[in-house]
Design a protein. Structure first.
Length: 311
């Protein structure tokens, strides 16, 4: 297999770097599967895949795997596709829910989050905070009208909880221009179990959002190199159709808006007070030297309750 064309674009040193990095992908549906395969085709050499779902006939119209993989776990299907494109890639796959496999994130360089469940995202958020692990989240809006991608760098910006709270409440594009309008995105499709219930749109619409997620994940893997690009903000919102991203301003199809969401110092998960409370709770509970609380202990400290269904 020849990597000449990739090498000409990013250079020999950077290609060598990619062959040695470890990427975690949690959720291998329409978006996560495409991201994993795209990164494999870009030279990434090590993958940790986590998903508990089985590929069904209804998935085929929005998944990188075809009919030959029907009935197989999505993690296994994507692992096979990675090896077909990048035979030398090493794939560590886990068929199960992420809370059953949090330890596999210990040696991951960048995490790609492709799950729909909000509870699962909060579990992942806490795991990333404990490990100071950069994560790239993506979501597709109802009927594929648009989507968003955010790069979360623990304690160097918002955690997922900060980001999600701000996005749902409405946010402004830059503090000086706050009066120009607020972003009001329709997350009404999130059901009581914290999972997107509405149709996510055609494969074409998912593809556009997932491609941006893959590109931003690749960019993070190449941080501190000569090809790394500094992005204008931590969040990009994409419109596949006419979409009112900013109140009173309709974005044309195939346009995007960059939005920077700041860390909330009062966040119950990563805020300054929470860090102090967590530290004190760790001392009281005795964390066996791990330096981190379990998710249940953390939620109890914050006065919150974790739902039974976390994905």
């Amino acid at each position: 297999m020849s990597w000449d064309r990739v090498e000409r674009l990013i250079g020999t040193e950077n290609l060598t770097r990619l062959s040695g990095v470890r990427v975690g992908v949690v959720g291998l549906g329409s978006g996560g599967g495409l991201v994993a395969l795209s990164l494999a085709m870009s030279g990434v050499g090590h993958f940790v895949l986590v998903d508990d779902d089985i590929l069904e006939s209804t998935n085929i119209v929005r998944h990188v795997a075809d009919l030959s993989f029907l009935g197989q776990p999505k993690a296994e299907a994507v692992a096979e596709l990675i090896h077909r494109r990048n035979p030398e890639a090493q794939v560590d796959l886990h068929v199960g829910r992420i809370e059953q496999h949090l330890d596999v994130l210990d040696n991951v360089d960048v995490l790609v989050v492709g799950v729909d469940g909000e509870n699962a995202k909060y579990i992942i958020n806490q795991a990333c905070l404990e490990r100071r692990l950069t994560a790239v989240y993506a979501g597709v809006y109802e009927r594929g009208e648009g989507g968003d991608v955010v790069v979360i760098q623990p304690y160097d910006g918002p955690c997922y909880a900060c980001w999600a709270a701000e996005l749902r409440e409405g946010l402004a594009l830059g503090k000086p221009d706050r009066a120009q309008g607020e972003v009001e995105l329709d997350y009404g499709m999130i059901g009581p179990e914290g999972t997107l219930e509405a149709e996510p749109g055609l494969w074409l619409h998912v593809l556009r959002v997932a491609t941006v997620q893959a590109d931003l994940a690749l960019n993070e893997l190449l941080r501190d190199t000569n090809v790394y690009q500094t992005m204008p903000a931590n969040t990009i919102i994409l419109a596949n159709r006419e979409l009112e991203i900013i109140d009173g301003q309709v974005n044309a199809p195939y346009t995007s808006v960059w939005v920077n969401i700041e860390r909330d110092p009062h966040c119950l998960i990563c805020g300054d007070k929470m860090q102090r409370d967590t530290s004190e709770a760790s001392e009281r509970l005795g964390d066996n030297g791990s330096g981190a609380l379990s998710l249940d202990e953390l939620m109890n400290t914050a006065g919150l309750k974790l739902d039974e269904d976390s994905e």
